[in-house]
Write a protein that binds this ligand. Sequence first.
Ligand code: SF4
Length: 239
Amino acid sequence: MTTAQQKRTADELKVLAEQAGRDLEDASALEVLQWAVDTFGRAFCVTSSMEDAVVAHLASRVRTGGAPVDVIFLDTGYHFPETIGTRDAVEAVMDVNVITLTPRQTVAEQDAQYGPKLHDRDPDLCCRLRKVQPLEEGLENYQAWATGLRRDESPTRANTPVVGWDEKRRKVKISPIARWTQDDVDAYVAEHGVLTNPLLTDGYASVGCAPCTRRVLAGEDARAGRWAGRAKTECGLHG
Ligand code: SF4
């Protein structure tokens, strides 16, 4: 990290994010990621749910001038084996630095304290313990993080900025493929032979933890299979 990167205050980061959000609205995903690496250096990371590895693949293509970009994966302990396999494959074949974050408690320890199947009784608490808290701790040393959020995924994501200010974490939040459609993702995957989670070809349009994810029906939006039958639509990472 350069001295300039170390010295940025949260207020400076916020101004920088808002300006970049305007300047980079029409930039390509690669241009956005290159800007992020040039601006934040090692204080920038990508997060991936390993639903697909599109943003990780894009990150592997930027010029870093040194170590590859950190790609953070949250292992909640509830993932499908296919998701863990996708993480392992990304680690094996892509020029990125995969970092796996885990919650403070194992599933067994959580069950002992809160009772089994907390995800059925209080999914917000379960997500807080197994996703939100580990990510907040894992992001401590970064000034900026990138996600694979897209505006077309659901109404709650329709206004996702390409670069914005994450007020909750006081960090720059970058969504390089915010403007992409599912067709754009499919085209990129086909063109570059990008790894995708095998569940995406097995009826799942969005892949989260196994207890809270089901296949989608024809005509449903991509995230309809997440916390189906509940009011919950987001895990709290992006709220
Ligand atoms: S998605 Fe479900 S299992 Fe995963 S952390 Fe949230 S509530 Fe728990």
